[in-house]
Design a protein around this ligand. Structure first.
Ligand SMILES: [Ca+2]
Ligand SMILES: [Ca+2]
Length: 201
């Protein structure tokens, strides 16, 4: 029991530090996307971590990672701990891959974990998704509209929570100000230039 409680504690600590998604079986495996709200020019890091606190295993190795235009697929595996009375293998298992920048859209992520405890063998599959956002999509609904301008206005002039990531920084000067609001209004309503995707350092 002691190691079970410890495992749960470690998972909670990890979750507190990251923006994460739960995989199935829920509450056991997680994946995280960083940056939390990637935009078109960002490389996207996908990481899987966690473990099965009531079993004799955790995902111990990343056997393969497949990245294509619509899906990121990661295959992990584990082996028997070597003990009849199982002790947890390290729960803070962490495997990550990084993709090239990709167009705005929603991408599937598949995590396949093959296990073999010596007494039980099987496969767990987690299917979920994550989004890459267009610059200017400040409300993260995947379209550029006046609603994005309103979110930015509320942030700049009322102090509301900032748009996720750098999506509102449409002039790419690394800050979100009234200049970005003017830029996006000009684009939406006066045929101004589109949001800048790749910022100068
Ligand atoms: Ca939007
Ligand atoms: Ca800006």
């Amino acid at each position: 029991m002691r190691h079970v409680l410890l495992s749960g504690f470690i998972i909670v600590v990890l979750l507190g530090a990251r923006s994460s998604y739960a995989c199935l079986p829920e509450g056991v495996l997680y994946f995280e996307v960083s940056p939390p709200c990637p935009v078109e020019a960002d490389s996207v890091k996908i990481a899987v971590f966690g473990g099965f606190p009531n079993q004799c295993w955790s995902p111990t190795s990343l056997d393969s990672a497949i990245v294509n235009d619509s899906m990121i697929s990661m295959h992990l595996s584990t082996v028997h701990s070597g003990y009849d009375i199982c002790f947890m293998q390290p729960v803070a298992v962490y495997h990550a891959i990084e993709t090239d920048p990709r167009p705005a859209g929603t991408y599937a992520i598949e995590v396949v974990v093959s296990i073999d405890t010596g007494k039980y063998a099987g496969t767990y599959i987690c299917i979920s998704d994550f989004s890459v956002y267009a610059m200017g999509d400040a409300n993260a609904d995947h379209i550029l509209t006046a609603a994005d301008v309103i979110v930015m206005v509320n942030h700049v002039f009322r102090g509301d929570v900032a748009p996720c990531g750098r999506m509102g920084d449409v002039n790419c000067d690394h800050t979100l100000t009234s200049a970005d609001i003017i830029y996006l209004v000009n684009h939406l309503f006066k045929s101004g230039p589109p949001p800048v995707i790749v910022c100068e350092p």
